[in-house]
Design a protein around this ligand. Structure first.
Ligand code: NIG
Ligand code: FE
Length: 420
């Protein structure tokens, strides 16, 4: 047997997230019941994890002169964070709207007046591909410092054929130019662009289905839609997702963010991989959704969004978990509703405002987040055979992770077996 290339050793706690079901995400009690190894190690061979266990079980014969050793004494070691919902690629920013919001204007009012998402669409259309790529790379570096090792990146600020294709290209290219793994999603149905204002949402999605989606086969696995007042009504969102599914795409939805329109249940009934936001999803609907999807649709909760939009209502995370619905957490990084890459803050806010336990929150940004973007075979847990995407945190126990509010706990980031 060849010597390990990398061993992270003497960890106070190794959060393996191992041993979960292989056919569905963690749900109910299992979300917070996984084992923690005290005084543990993680061993890698090249880009892959090959052993995880207690220090007393580490085979000395497999440590050679070429083995890199990382000392994690007093530290928590865990899987790399999986950011399963971001709008990575955009031009400009919305700092001026932040001030309008502080004076009392709402997110949907600003959008209805041609601002909000539409103001970022104008800035994104005006930006060059090189500028968009440079911005995306800078944001990815920020995410990497926070310990994000895989990240989903949505398009959705182009809303015309060329710009939407450009945003997908930029996301993929950004993934190739630095170590964080990027998984692109097509959100061409974010809002109706000005060019289709008169023709309406149905005409716009017909345009996407005809002119844009055929070019994205093999480039993008997921199609997403924003089902909300001022964006896409339920019937149009259903029609669009049905057609996209027929074309072979997997489905996601932004739903029940600001109103209860039934978007989450609709998308789950079509086999959506995830339903995202869910602040207005009722616990009863969440329970039905969990049953109907047989625990395969993940509710992706985004606690920094209601915080940033000055909204009282946060998703009923505790009730969702108790009802058996699999949940994940993410920032929703974007210029309008969450200009923050601090996934650790989202963990803390999930505990404080949604009733997560620290262990549940950790599972929600790792293994369940991987399920939400179809990456569960590659990442999300520390198990032999998975990608060696591993974090060393300056924290001695799980409880300390959400406790140090707003701080970045990450000391070391390993992606594919390389310390970066
Ligand atoms: O997930 N809700 C819709 N879309 C994004 C926000 C986009 C924006 O405001 O620029 C979200 O919150
Ligand atoms: Fe979003």
């Amino acid at each position: 047997l060849s010597p390990y290339t990398l061993v992270i050793q003497h960890a106070a706690q190794v959060l393996t997230l191992a041993g979960g079901p292989t056919d569905r995400p963690l749900a109910g009690d299992a979300l917070g019941n996984w084992a923690v190894i005290e005084d543990g190690y993680v061993a890698c061979l090249g880009p892959t994890i090959v052993a995880v266990g207690r220090m007393s079980e580490l085979t000395p014969a497999r440590i050679g002169p070429g083995t890199r050793l990382i000392n994690a004494t007093g530290c928590v070691v865990m899987p790399g964070v999986v950011e399963c919902h971001t709008h990575l690629v955009f031009g400009g920013n919305r700092a001026s709207e932040f001030e309008r919001k502080l004076r009392g204007e709402s997110y949907l009012d600003i959008l209805a007046g041609g601002g909000g998402i539409l103001s970022t669409v104008r800035a994104t259309r005006a930006a060059s591909e090189a500028e968009l790529l440079a911005n995306a790379l800078q944001h990815l570096e920020g995410f990497r410092r926070y310990g994000v090792t895989t990240l989903e990146a949505k398009s959705g600020y182009g809303l015309d054929r060329d710009t939407e294709l450009r945003l997908v290209r930029v996301a993929r290219e950004a993934g190739h130019q630095q170590p964080v793994r990027v998984v692109p999603t097509f959100l061409g149905a974010h809002v109706v662009p000005p060019e289709f204002k008169a023709a309406g949402p149905r005409a716009y999605v017909d345009f996407i289905l005809r002119e844009v989606l055929p070019d994205l086969k093999g480039q993008v696995a997921f199609v997403d839609v924003f089902c909300e007042e001022g964006a896409f009504p339920l019937a149009v969102a259903r029609y669009y997702l049905e057609q996209a599914r027929k074309m072979g795409f997997r489905l996601k939805i932004h739903a029940e963010q600001l109103h209860d329109l039934g978007g989450c249940e609709m998308a789950a009934s079509l086999g959506a991989l995830s339903v995202d936001h869910c602040d207005y999803l009722t616990p009863a609907a969440a329970a039905r959704l969990g049953q109907q999807s047989q625990g395969r649709t993940v509710a992706v909760l985004l606690p920094l969004v209601p915080l940033f939009l000055r909204q009282e209502k946060f998703a009923a995370g505790r009730e969702f978990i108790d009802a058996g619905l699999p949940v994940a957490l993410s920032t929703d990084f974007n210029p309008g509703s969450c200009p923050s890459k601090n996934v650790w803050l989202s963990l803390s806010v999930a505990c404080l405002k949604m009733g997560f336990t620290p262990k549940e929150a950790v599972a929600a940004v790792t293994l369940n987040a991987a399920w939400a973007i179809g990456q569960q075979r590659n990442c999300g847990s520390l198990e032999p055979g998975k990608q060696a995407d591993v974090l060393v945190l300056r924290r001695a126990s799980i409880a300390e992770i959400p406790y140090w509010l707003g701080e970045n706990p990450v000391r070391d980031v390993v992606i594919g077996g390389c310390l970066c």
